[in-house]
Write a new protein. Structure first.
Length: 386
């Protein structure tokens, strides 16, 4: 307590110069010592505030503590015995101490150090919350996309297999010359209708997967925008700048109180002591910031850049699938064109009419089904172009 010892020394010197009694001098020393002890407790209380796990109330408590310090100083000034040259601290030769303490308590009462601690802690908490939130979203994306991809794989394989079945059925019936009879007896209608129903169901299922995937993509894009917009107030540079403002304030406290012979050395030590918890808050906030912007944000960006390029996780898969379907469809249409010619060459009559009716419905249903399938696939892909 160098400030207190300096003040006591000044009072002792003044006492001898102005003729104070030993009792009055002893009272003044005791009161100054008591003030110093109380002030030390307030210093410890403020330093403890900087290490709180929660930012709530730090600034308000800091200001309240400084008000208590000012009240202690005022109580000290009022309690000192009068001297031949005046009252209070000025009357006992400690005017510089009194004026300097007033100034530094007032400066510290602005709570800039506490505000910096508050902000650093809130940044750490905010970054930690964003990390948890983003990781949960990534987990949801992986799980949802994995489930959707499984559904897509099943549907794509099913649609390709069903189309192959049509091609094989037509080829086999052409080979054993039963295709026209199959058309004539009408059973081909039920066959192609079931295929069309399957196409409709699987295409709708793919559209739902695409819708969910499109929503996830929008969700990621929104999160990326939010993180990039908030970066200036959450990243390492901003954290370091904030810490430096607190460091500057802590180290300027003593200077704000210097008055005459009073150097506020205890305040200089207090300011230095505040830098340790401030530094710990800075380091904790920086660690969370690095994790958020160097690890989590790139992971989100990678998800957006790779997983949502196409309906399937592997863009080549959907492209190859469409090419495969197109090839099978062309083979089927060639087979149907040959059958159309066979029916045209039949003699007019009930047999030809029955075969023609089934054939026309078969061709129409197949054409509509393929158009619907490709249209719905395009619509599904378009849902990812956001």
């Amino acid at each position: 307590m160098e400030d207190i010892l300096q003040a006591i020394g000044a009072v002792a010197k003044t006492a001898g110069e102005i003729g104070m009694t030993r009792d009055a001098l002893g009272t003044a020393k005791d009161l100054l010592q008591k003030y110093g002890d109380e002030r030390d407790r307030l210093f410890e209380s403020m330093q403890a505030l900087l290490s709180k796990a929660s930012a709530d109330g730090i600034t308000e408590e800091w200001k309240s503590t400084c008000e208590k310090g000012t009240e202690l100083l005022e109580s000290l000034d009022a309690a000192l015995p009068d001297s031949p040259i005046g009252q209070g601290l000025t009357g006992v030769g400690a005017r510089d101490f009194n004026e300097g303490e007033k100034k530094v308590w007032a400066e510290n009462g602005k709570a800039q150090i506490a505000l910096v601690s508050d902000v650093l802690l809130k940044v750490k908490i905010a970054n930690a919350a964003l990390i948890e939130e983003c990781n949960e979203e990534l987990k949801t994306i992986h799980e949802t996309c994995a489930e959707g991809q499984s559904t897509l794989n099943e549907n794509l394989e099913g649609l390709s297999t069903d189309l192959l079945d049509i091609a094989n059925t037509l080829a086999s019936k052409t080979g054993d010359k039963t295709l026209t009879a199959w058309m004539k007896d009408g059973s081909a209608k039920e066959y192609i209708r079931k295929w069309k129903d399957s196409v409709t169901q699987r295409a709708a299922s793919n559209s739902e997967v695409a819708r969910q995937k499109g929503q996830l993509k929008k969700q990621i894009l929104g999160k990326l925008d939010a993180l990039n917009n908030a970066r200036e107030q959450l990243d390492e540079k901003w954290i370091e700048d904030m810490y430096k403002s607190g460091e500057e304030c802590a180290r300027s406290l003593a200077g704000s109180g210097e008055t005459g012979d009073f150097r506020a050395l205890d305040w200089a030590r207090f300011g230095e002591a505040c830098l340790e918890p401030l530094g710990e808050s800075r380091d904790a906030a920086t660690e969370q910031s690095k994790m958020l912007f160097d690890e989590v944000l790139p992971s989100l960006q990678e998800e957006n850049d790779t997983r949502f390029l196409a309906l399937t996780d592997d863009p080549a898969k959907i492209s190859d699938w469409k090419s495969d379907l197109q090839g099978k469809a062309e083979a089927i249409l060639e087979a149907l064109a040959s059958e159309d010619q066979v029916i045209k060459e039949l003699a007019e009559g009930p047999y030809q009419e029955a075969a023609r009716e089934t054939f026309d419905e078969f061709l129409s249903t197949f054409t509509e089904g393929m158009k619907d399938l490709f249209d719905k696939t395009k619509d599904a892909e378009d849902q990812l172009r956001v």
